[in-house]
Ligand binder design. Sequence first.
Ligand code: AMP
Length: 492
Amino acid sequence: MVSSGDFMCGFISIFGPAESDVIQDVINGLVAIQHRGQDAAGAVTFKDKFQAKKGLGLVREVFEDKHMHRLKGPLAVGHVRYPTVGLGDDTDVQPFWLDYPVGVVMAHNGNVTNFHELRRTYFDNRKITLGSNCDLEVVLYVFADALMRREADKVGLEDIEAGVKEVFERVKGAYSVVGITQDGMYAFRDPYGIKPCILGKRESPEGTFYAVASESVVLDIAGYKVIRDLAAGEMLWIGEDRVPQFRQIGKAPHRPCIFEYVYFARPDTFLDGVSVHEARMEMGRRLAKRFKETGLEADSVIPVPESARSAAQTMAEGLGLPCREGFVKNRYVGRTFIMANDEIRQRTIRTKLNPIRSEFEGKRVIIIDDSIVRGNTSRHMVKIARAMGAKKVYLASYSAQLMYPCLYGVDMATKREFIARDRTDEEIAKEIGADAVVYQTIDQMEGAVRAAGNSDLKFCKACFEGTYPTGDITDEMLGDIEKDRVAAGSCK
Ligand code: AMP
């Protein structure tokens, strides 16, 4: 059975004044984080009862005017999905909710690593059949089970605390969670803080609105002021008194995902106090130094849109070269990664990025991208650059060599798919047809994020180093993931 860990997803949860309807803010917030998942979207609100709308597709495709009239109330949770293990279907679309034994709604970003084991031990033993293949369902049941045992008339801080403790005890992996009950809003950041989770507040004549989201940009766009990121393993409850109450439940070290800074988050987001744009610009500066060390010479730096733009500017400045737009992106094609298999992915890249001939003809170009995973994108960029008459084509990656699968939320690839695996940089260059490839080192990549704003941060770098901070990843799990992905057709 394939579990569809809702890997790289985005969420938002809002608690507004009693008479307010928050759905519009939720939808706006989801549109702001559409880049975190374009496969499915959903929202659940509460006013007297839970109301839901979920579906496959983009936020704008799923929600229509008629739904807005139905999705009433001051409490809501919204989610955008990006499935990786398994392609997911509409039964797996978040948020999930239960009316019984307690009314609770939940959405998450991350991946439960002991999903299969929990299914066998915790659920099968109790004769509970899971209704979906989504790992959030196990989090929801474990949480609701703990709440039910407390037999409270109303869910309050102590109940939520008991639920989070139980989840942290039983559920392994990386998962940031937001949700509502009939009485308030809760959130907890995953035990190692690998996934982001940020709280904001908006004052209006109607009263105070609170929101918890995956990225700060959601709060900015909806007019919320950032209060703060939740700490690793920290929970939040806002009940009827509307006072945010925090509890530190987990004790694990904070290891935010470095790939959020590299690729996943929007550049106008701040994660754990660090501007993603600043971090990428610093990566570009450092990559310029690296390029200089090679002794290679070039005429311009060309970003692969969109993510590489921040770093391309500073890399070009560092090398005293112009930064040029050489590829025009058709933004209506969708992300190549979420395409069902490699063949479709390759075909789609072709329609996605079109070159501007004059930026290549007779030039020595550095094409900069955030990362090289399987090498499809770079191979294609190099091919186009040559077809446009480039004299030399260098491929620069402002992250280091990706070599290990992410088990916490980023769809990377299985081990054998990584182009950097078991290849030297020269072999990689040959493989993608470039004159040379230049990678950032892991140390410089980390140093760049720290220099951009938070010198104390230590990261989850599992995809670069193969060391998994949760400490519970076995070769068997890696093998299972590989089998799941092959079975699901998400890789070949
Ligand atoms: P590839 O073509 O397999 O080498 O993938 C690299 C390209 O995909 C780069 O242009 C990245 O911007 C992008 N990318 C890297 N990681 C991911 C991811 N987890 N999901 C979607 N796109 C990604």
